[in-house]
Design a protein around this ligand. Structure first.
Ligand code: ZN
Length: 393
């Protein structure tokens, strides 16, 4: 996961701009500095642009995203934050609260928002009922990042978020094609510069959020960490988040956290569409029944993206197939668009699983005081008065 490798794979995915990640880490910063300087806050390699950016954890275990206009501002904040935590320890934990971090960022002309807003361990909404409780000067906040387990429609159920721009980012920890660029934000800008990109985000010029189905996210539904049984929120609460089946800890899912906070049932007019995708290499892995990291899958992936330009193009256009593999892959994309793909949703740190219509798969759900094994397309109701689970799965 070095910048040059990220740039090579970003081009094949169809990305123009990627976040540098971890820019407060001194040695990582040196790697980014070695790229071509395009603008004070933008570095370039092979026509892929890197924006200076970091994610930090505050004293209350909330994660924040920071964008920096230049390396001198990175150094300024590095100097300040290093008094409150070890910046050379991967994702830095800073012994300040959200308001204090915001204040330091604004004093250094940096922009800040919150990352994976709803996730149970480090999302803002796992600690607060309002982002205005995390940041005293909340008017300075104009974006947040959705995280893999939520999408636009879910997040807009919280009215105060209507004011913010939503970013969809991969937070990729590896350059593999099912990780890098698994989520994308399309932003309208006149050119590529730090100011222009920040102005577009501020002025709600995001054109499209491209995301995995939130069911694929690791924290989508409420689930036991040990036996992976799904629970309704009211059951989980009545068992005090201790699994009645195995004694494990039940982790509240993003879906239920948003239901708790829900005070709106529409999206604001400025909100762009949200397009769900499945990474192409995962589709290939399913149709040829090989591991996503296998050489066969990677070879087919590379051939397809090199032929058609990039991955986003293949996933978002109707293409004519020319051989057997393309036929299988394009037909799968069509099934996905027609909503015929099922999922075992993610939860408790476990990614969701894609289930093609020709496959049978079971999942465990707590119902009527016991664990029930159900086929994922069975019509079962979670509890009285609540929507059918199959509406969501
Ligand atoms: Zn359990």
């Amino acid at each position: 996961m070095i910048p040059k490798k990220i740039a090579q794979n970003a081009r094949l995915k169809g990305l123009n701009l990627v976040g540098s990640g971890d820019i407060l880490h001194e040695r990582w910063g040196k790697y980014i500095k070695e790229l071509n300087k395009f603008d004070e806050g933008i570095f370039e390699y092979g026509k892929v642009y890197f924006i200076l950016q970091a994610e930090v954890e505050d004293r209350n275990r909330v994660h924040h995203l920071i964008f920096f206009p230049s390396f001198s501002k990175v150094e300024e904040l590095r100097e300040i934050f290093s008094r409150y935590g070890n910046l050379n320890d991967g994702r830095p934990k800073i012994n300040l609260d959200g308001s204090e971090i915001l204040e330091y960022c604004k004093n250094s002309d940096c922009e800040i928002g919150f990352a994976h807003a709803f996730t149970p361990y480090f999302g803002l909404y796992s600690k607060y009922d309002s982002y205005k409780d995390c940041y005293k000067d909340w008017k300075q906040i104009f974006f947040m990042e959705l995280g893999l387990s939520a999408d636009t429609g879910m997040a807009d159920k919280i009215k105060e978020l209507h004011e913010l721009t939503f970013l969809s980012c991969s937070d990729s920890h590896s350059p593999w094609p099912h990780r890098l660029g698994r989520e994308v934000t399309i932003i309208e800008t006149r050119d590529i510069s730090y100011d222009e990109i920040m102005n577009s985000i501020k002025n709600k010029k995001v054109k499209l959020n491209i995301k995995l189905n939130p069911k694929e996210g690791k924290y989508h539904r409420t689930r036991c960490r040990d036996c992976l049984t799904f629970f309704s929120l009211s059951d989980a609460k009545s068992y005090k988040f201790k699994c009645p089946s195995c004694g494990g800890i039940i982790k509240k899912g993003v879906f239920d956290r948003i239901e708790e906070l829900k005070d709106s049932d529409f999206s604001p007019g400025h909100r762009p569409k949200c397009l769900h995708i499945i990474p192409l290499s995962e589709i290939i892995s399913i149709v040829i029944e090989r591991n996503v990291l296998s050489e066969e899958v990677q070879k087919i992936w590379r051939k397809l993206v090199e032929k058609h330009g990039n991955e986003i193009k293949i996933l978002t256009n109707n293409l004519e197939y020319e051989n057997e593999i393309e036929k299988k892959v394009f037909e799968f994309i069509k099934l996905f668009r027609e909503n015929k793909i099922n999922y075992v949703p993610g939860g408790a740190g476990e990614y969701g699983k894609i289930i093609p219509p020709w496959k049978k798969e079971k999942m465990k759900i707590w119902k009527n005081g016991r664990v029930n094994e159900i086929e994922i397309n069975e019509e079962i109701s979670f509890e009285k008065g609540q929507a059918f689970l199959s509406d969501y799965i």
